[in-house]
Write a protein that binds this ligand. Sequence first.
Ligand SMILES: NC(=O)c1ccc[n+]([C@@H]2O[C@H](COP(=O)([O-])OP(=O)(O)OC[C@H]3O[C@@H](n4cnc5c(N)ncnc54)[C@H](O)[C@@H]3O)[C@@H](O)[C@H]2O)c1
Length: 478
Amino acid sequence: MGINRRDFVVKTGLVGLGLAGSNLGQGSSSAGTLDGATAGEDRQADKARVQRFNMSGFAAPPLAKVRVAILGTGQRGPAYIHNLRNIEGVEIKALCDIRPQKVHQAKARLAGSPHDPDVYTGEDDWKKVCERDDVDLVVVTTPWYLHAKMSVYAMNHGKHVASEVPAAGTLDECWQLVETAERTRRHLMMMENYCYLPFQLLTLNMARQGVFGDVFHADCAYNTSKMANNFSKNLYWNMWWLRQYAARRGNLYPTHGLGPVSTIMNINRGDKFEYLVSVDSDDFMMRARARELAAKDDFFKPFAEETYRGCMSVTTIRTTMGRTITVQHDASSPSPHNLIHGVYGTKGAALYDPQPPRISLGNHDWVSREEFKRLEEKFKPEITKRLSELASRTKAGHGGTDLLENWRLIDCLRNGLPLDQDVYDAAAWSSIVPLSQQSVLNRSNSVDIPDFTVGAWKTNKPNMDIMLESGGNTEIVA
Ligand SMILES: NC(=O)c1ccc[n+]([C@@H]2O[C@H](COP(=O)([O-])OP(=O)(O)OC[C@H]3O[C@@H](n4cnc5c(N)ncnc54)[C@H](O)[C@@H]3O)[C@@H](O)[C@H]2O)c1
């Protein structure tokens, strides 16, 4: 699919990791490619970049109706259907998946609603969907190594794009997203729903109000066991997640942790990522599980021959303004779910996981539960107040957070407002996928992180309007 086997192994440098004989990366399309470039070549190439148009703060003309198409109706696609069908002004025009059964099941969810989308099931039908002239927004919920090529094609055909996370798997794809959005002036929002979690929004507001002083460090993670999911024969299409673990190194899923803390630290708006170092532990679980399953079921035999991304990936990012962020990813160990979300400043701190969430106003201690509740009420932003109101009217995933994210996207498009996250966020947060791998494969040496804003970060303004100063008039129609 788009890349021959030899190129894949050479470009990713996976020869040295014993993956040259592997078959599993082949389903990965652009998965694992690092542009074949060294960090030095990347730096030279970045110097030649210019910003064609600044998409930070960009507002597209308002849309009276938002006509939506969804690419990929596995697990995530239907979650969008469930939320979008309940939002005023949305018309779901098309659903596309290479598995006919999935796409028909997804359409069945809309029975009895005003939505009557056309369905597409061919391998390249997603292009036909993007070419339609009656679609405004393409939602991309295919496996993530397909996101960038679908998003670029959609923008090139005049569509705004809401891409699932991460938005890209290679550095070249990150740049393609930026350059296409700037050239076409179409939104590319990576739907980082963890930015809409109540405690993450609370701490964003508190940071904006100066409660933590100067925030100089954050810890974040997506640590949650996906062992059962990854080894399920019928959950993910074509075992694509397990193949990613066999084909890659570094952080495969950085944005859930990184999105909220990057927003708090005004990354791309007053600061930016400068460089990173990344370390992987060995894999102590996945190969063992593959072998255990292969002993009883031939289906797993190819997987038993693989080596996998280690149990723990740890990346440390240094920002240009001298601050630090650590990002972890552990999807195999049976430890409790942990996003960390630790925010540390000169006057105070916050910590989400392990639960319960905590706030410190200094004095080397966390505040009492009573004081926590008082602060929570005082600093709860308007957008969170709206969440409880919206969620009470429909059943939404991730505690209503997904509904809030979808509602904000549609509300901004209907009102012609800037979106909460822009293409530079998508590129910077997603770039940690290929760059952490590059560092791991190079004995954890530091790797520069490109400035996707090409200098505009110095003057860009924060754009997540958590106080709902404009818009907010879109209704739930459930
Ligand atoms: N933000 C979140 O909380 C969250 C949660 C789950 C998944 N995700 C992201 O959503 C994406 C999808 O994950 P999922 O769990 O739904 O995976 P999935 O395997 O269940 O669904 C992916 C779907 O894409 C389809 N597909 C593959 N190639 C296609 C093509 N060429 N054209 C059309 N359809 C194609 C597959 O048939 C499958 O139905 C991933 O990128 C994942 O990272 C995000």
